[in-house]
Design a protein around this ligand. Structure first.
Ligand SMILES: *Cc1c(COP(=O)(O)O)cnc(C)c1O
Length: 447
């Protein structure tokens, strides 16, 4: 493993895009939908895997960053992911059920090592008695054949109680804190934790399969932070080895580490945001520069188009007023759907070839968009540039059609003072997801 960090973003190899021909009807009574391009997910996964050159984990926490857990997980497996990762145990249990239903083999039933593994890293807190109870979530985790992260002695105690009660050894990844000061064992606590793990390994109750951590500033290619993380990681490796443990899988990098810190790739990379076609930091390199294809397109329809007079205020608080006689349109999406309230008079939208934006405050279920002047310079009336029923795109892959002026999740993030991660993951549960590009082929059938 080399420690060298690159200072320039690598150019990734090009993979031919798959065509998406599947239909994606607007479901039922809904007026809005998120169209998820599974062909783009597969493309991004293959591209990043090629760049990484090591096995990869598709990070599908938070309902696959808002894209839909089941379809994304199966697409990622078909694209070559050998691991799936989620934050919470509840998510992992749901994922295991979905995988079972789809006929994906479990690691325990596939000693060849070809079955994908599922890692989860936020376990519920409980004492050993609760952990051993019949309905213990930790026993459910063992029965579901999950890989679990451990970072403290109290967590290990609970896990060992669950192991004894369930009669299934735990597959553990020892999480160390290498400088983020979030989860993970601190260096001073590591010798005792490693010794306890070694005792458990010797009695056959656990298998320590991984040593891992997470980078705090991977989106800064020139910062020395990642070097410091790597240094602390090596220190942790030494402590663990001295305790007699030899975890075979070392992992540190998420998408940013994979792209901008080759020395952090180790044995496995955990790919989240890049899988969804978004850059970990568009200021360092945009999706397009990285060859990634944004997979989510949020669209709705104009439900009303009206002309308002010059000076007329729009939406709660009247924070925006028409500078002249103006056409505006009503779009049935609001902050409960994940359109941030911070997008008031700022969030960009595309209507046909027209590129415009939200005017006035974002409401819970609705926004108003500007459709342009209602009169020309001579005062003669102008027709509305869009009609009720026209499709409005909030964000998507730029240039998916020449007729459309589609804003990106990156532009939304900038308009709202946040990051692209938050734009896509906060997409509301009320928005139906529909899938295209599933015809690109794969090993697992989508439900
Ligand atoms: C979310 C997460 C990832 C994925 O990060 P991206 O930047 O989206 O690639 C990887 N590892 C951990 C521990 C995470 O929490």
């Amino acid at each position: 493993m080399t420690a060298a960090a690159t200072t320039t973003p690598p150019t990734l190899p090009t993979v031919a895009p798959t065509t998406s021909t599947a239909r994606c009807p607007l479901p039922g009574a809904a007026t809005s939908r998120a169209v998820i391009d599974l062909g783009a997910i597969a493309h991004n996964g293959s591209l990043l895997a090629q760049a990484a050159g090591v096995p990869w984990m598709a990070v599908v926490k938070a309902d696959a960053y808002g894209h839909g857990l089941g379809p994304v997980a199966l697409t990622a497996l078909s694209a070559g992911a050998s691991w799936l990762g989620v934050a919470q145990l509840a998510e992992a249990l749901t994922l295991r059920s979905l995988l079972d239903e789809a006929g994906v083999p479990r690691p325990a039933g596939e000693p060849s090592g070809r079955a994908p593994r599922v890692l989860t890293w936020l376990l519920p807190v409980m004492d050993p008695a609760r952990a051993a109870a019949q309905d213990s979530p930790l026993r459910a985790a063992l029965a579901a054949d999950l890989d679990l992260s451990v970072s403290s002695l109290s967590q290990l105690d609970a896990l060992l109680a669950a192991v004894r009660a369930q009669g299934i050894p735990a597959r553990l990844h020892l999480k160390v804190d290498t400088g983020m000061s979030r989860g993970g064992a601190m260096e001073e606590d590591l010798p005792a934790l490693a010794a306890a793990l070694k005792r458990a390994v010797d009695e056959g109750t656990v298998d320590v399969v991984g040593l891992w951590s997470h980078l705090s500033r991977a989106d800064e290619p020139t910062s020395s932070s990642t070097e410091e993380h790597l240094g602390r990681y090596r220190g942790a490796e030494r402590i663990v080895r001295e305790a007699g443990l030899n975890p075979p899988i070392h992992h540190l990098a998420a998408t940013g580490g994979l792209l901008w810190h080759p020395g952090a790739r180790m044995d496995l990379v955990r790919v989240g945001i890049g899988l969804y076609g978004l850059s970990p930091d568009p200021r360092v390199a945009t999706s397009a520069e990285l060859g990634l294809r944004p997979a989510m397109r949020l669209e709705s329809a104009l439900v009303q188009v009206k002309r308002i007079d010059a000076g007329q205020a729009v939406s709660y608080g009247g924070t925006w007023s028409a500078p002249a006689d103006r056409w505006v349109g009503l779009v049935p999406l609001g902050y409960s759907d994940g359109v941030p309230r911070a997008a008031s008079s700022a969030g960009p939208v595309g209507v046909g070839g027209l590129r415009t934006s939200i005017v006035g405050r974002v409401c819970m279920d609705q926004v108003v968009i500007d459709l342009g002047p209602a009169r020309d310079e001579t005062g003669a009336p102008l027709p509305a540039p869009a009609a009720v029923g026209d499709t409005v795109v909030l964000w998507g892959a730029p240039g998916s059609s020449e007729q459309e002026a589609i804003p990106t999740a990156d532009e939304w993030a900038q308009a709202c003072g946040t990051i692209n991660y938050e734009i896509v993951t906060r997409l509301g549960a009320r928005i139906p997801r529909c899938y295209i590009g599933a015809d690109s082929g794969g090993d697992y059938a989508l439900p």
